[in-house]
Design a protein. Structure first.
Length: 196
């Protein structure tokens, strides 16, 4: 049975799920309805999911090689893979997915931060107040069973990027924490710089 999380809550992913090897991190969102525009068709809001792999040794992001996103779909070790860019967020279910093979992470990384930023948010004058139904969920890739889900329900007006949640290793068990922190970072580069 899936656990529905609130902001700040944590859940143990591997305890009670013996043999959990690979998870699918599903991220989703919808564009909020917009009114009529006198200036023609508005641009779609293009949200981009990313995973930041944090080094066990330093507690920081080592560099661009440890950022998995639409421009770098697979981590160099193959443990984390982005399944491709969704340019509109249209449709039901996950808009973007990131696969994490826990057994391939080894001891080099002990945390993965999952974020979403709006592509060219500043230039397009777009923000997360224009997004609704945002969520992150963790699914056991082998069984298809959803382990937990966090629906982001706060007002994120004016925020151009979001830290949805994080997976981290604690006492030998992988856990997930619901973060839900909005930022004003302009693109994945600024988001990643927070952790360097």
């Amino acid at each position: 049975m899936s656990v529905n999380l609130q902001k700040g809550q944590k859940v143990d992913l591997t305890k009670g799920n013996a043999g959990l090897k690979t998870v699918i991190v599903g991220l989703g969102w919808d564009e909020a309805p917009r009114g009529f525009s006198l200036f023609g068709k508005r641009e779609d809001i293009d949200c981009d999911a990313s995973a930041l792999l944090i080094s066990t040794a330093t507690g920081k992001l080592s560099g661009a090689m440890d950022v998995v996103y639409f421009g770098n779909l697979q981590h160099r070790g193959g443990a984390v893979r982005h399944m491709g860019d969704n340019l509109t967020g249209a449709g039901d279910g996950d808009d973007e997915q990131i696969i994490v093979e826990l057994t391939k992470l080894g001891n080099e990384y002990n945390k993965i931060i999952f974020c979403v930023n709006i592509y060219q948010a500043m230039q397009r004058k777009q923000h997360f107040g224009m997004i609704q139904n945002a969520f992150i969920r963790i699914v056991d890739a082998d069984t298809g069973r959803e382990l937990c889900k966090y629906n982001l329900s706060e007002n994120y007006d004016g925020r151009t990027a979001m830290i949805f949640g994080e997976m981290y290793l604690y006492n030998g068990e992988w856990k997930f924490g619901a973060v839900g922190e909005g930022t004003n970072d302009n693109g994945i580069g600024e988001l990643a710089a927070r952790y360097q």
